[in-house]
Write a protein that binds this ligand. Sequence first.
Ligand SMILES: [Fe+2]
Length: 159
Amino acid sequence: MAAKQHEILSKDARDQVVNSMHSVLATLIDMALQAKQAHWNIRGPRFKSLHEHLDEIIDELRPASDEVAERIVTLGVPADGTLPALTKGTALATIHTGFLNDQQVAEGIAERLSQTIGCIRKSIGTVGEVDPVSEDLLIGIVAGLEKQLWMVQSNFLEA
Ligand SMILES: [Fe+2]
């Protein structure tokens, strides 16, 4: 007989949390991939600052996706960060492929960060109904991304 797995949440609550956190996981991984795409292909006078800033954003996104995946597994469900799961679960449209000018990068990344934040805030609402611990994790992640959105937007908003 298999050893008993101790459950943190009821099955219904767990499914609610895990389904919502899988959409966050897919969106965070996709956001990091698209930030790298922009990091490589940016051209223009603000190349250096945006090229470097994109890596800072990725350094924030990657540990965040790791924390979300590990929270899903902590709740007893396998995390799915495979390509088909990303394609199905992401909240983001794919950024233009090919070279991008610096304005396109600043606006395109701000747009996608905003969508990522929207996805996480929606999940905070869903998850928070049944699991304050997962909610707390998402709140920490979204705070960092909102700060990054401020910095990216400051590239093109007028004083
Ligand atoms: Fe690089």
